[in-house]
Design a protein around this ligand. Structure first.
Ligand code: PEP
Ligand code: MN
Length: 347
């Protein structure tokens, strides 16, 4: 790993002074750039842990005093922002739910303009929904308030029914942000993307292959006891191990671009396979329905319609219609096989 990478790590939430200080002391040994901890937690459902609030500001200040680490917390309202800056928090982040709300972002941008202090950096996470304009809009609102040290964080996007990721990475969206705002650093948050410890290393590597500038990773001194995002937090020791195995691509500019293209291909291939797996599942359900209603597996009129329609669709997307025909034939052949297999009695 190269030390140039900006690593921000710390618990999802500050829970107690001991938990914060112990986590920070262990993390300081790994050479991270800043310590994160959420004080005001946006919770999806009522009744979940909502954070310790302003009480935790003193703990962050103690972290800075005792470890020398910069501190970082989420702000979602003008009151959070004022309290955090007055208490000396170095870096602020705007959470994914807040980025999706232009009223909230504008209120924060107005509040920061009124302050004497500005944050050393302001992190803007992608909105929960895959909308480039909302993300760009948040950046512009803070820029208009005079904030220049803006860093973007790709933390993945909400999707329904995806089992692999908690928040699916859509790498082309941050790539579009980089195109529109060249020079703005981009971090990746593999904790909220993957939602599980075992996905942190592979997602982080993908981000580095796409030339990200750093990572934000949730770490807890005792993840089993965490009051929020328990399933995805790792220990400082696990973090150190992951960081030591990451490969930072330091090849020539050409090679870097090639790696970036290859990573895009890898993630697009993964999306194709996920979609094919979903399609096959629906095909299986159709197979069951046909069997229950005593219908044949093959309905050739429907098949011809599919092929003709997909050829046209492919052509309108700039693909070769013959290629689309062959692709549909292979997919259809597999669907028929799956539906026939369903009818074969198993002994
Ligand atoms: C967090 O970082 O703990 C958090 C709430 O993140 P997000 O806004 O990405 O969900
Ligand atoms: Mn979290």
């Amino acid at each position: 790993m190269k030390s140039k990478l900006m690593i921000i790590a710390g618990p999802c939430s500050a829970e107690s002074r001991d938990q914060v200080l112990q986590t920070a002391e262990a993390l300081a040994k790994t050479g991270i750039y800043a310590f994160r901890a959420g004080l005001w937690k946006p919770r999806t459902r009522p009744g979940m842990f909502e954070g310790v609030g302003a009480k935790g500001l003193q703990w962050l200040s103690d972290v800075k005093k005792e470890t020398g680490l910069k501190t970082c917390c989420e702000v979602a309202t003008p009151e959070h922002l004022t309290l955090a800056l007055e208490a000396g928090v170095d870096i602020l982040w705007i959470g994914a739910r807040t980025t999706a709300d232009p009223f909230a972002v504008q209120a924060l941008a107005d509040a920061v303009k009124d302050m004497d202090k500005t944050p050393e950096a302001l992190l803007i996470k992608n909105p929960v929904n895959p909308d480039v304009e909302l993300w760009a809009g948040a950046l512009e609102r803070f820029h208009n308030s005079g904030i220049r040290q803006i860093i973007l964080v790709h933390r993945g996007f909400s999707s329904y029914g995806n089992q692999l990721y908690r928040n699916i990475p859509l790498w082309h969206i941050p790539i579009e942000m980089k195109r529109r705002f060249p020079g703005i650093p981009m971090l990746c948050d593999p904790s909220h993307m993957g939602g599980k410890p075992q996905l942190i290393a592979p997602i982080s590597q993908q981000a580095l292959d796409l030339m990200y500038d750093g990572l934000m990773i949730e770490c807890h001194i005792n993840p089993d006891q965490a009051l929020s995002d328990k399933a995805q937090q790792i220990t400082p020791i696990q973090l150190e191990k992951i960081l030591s195995h990451l490969k930072v691509r330091e090849n020539s500019q050409n090679q870097q671009s090639l790696e970036s293209f290859r990573s895009q291909i890898d993630s697009l291939d993964e999306s194709i396979l996920q979609i094919l797996s979903k399609r096959m599942e629906v095909s299986r359900q159709i197979g069951e329905y046909k069997q229950q209603h005593n219908m044949p597996v093959l309905q050739s009129q429907r098949y011809s319609q599919i092929v003709e329609n997909r050829k046209e669709l492919a052509q309108s997307m700039g693909l070769d219609s013959d290629f689309a025909k062959q692709l549909m034939e292979i997919i259809h052949k597999e669907s028929v096989k799956v539906q026939l297999d369903q009818r074969t009695p198993k002994d």
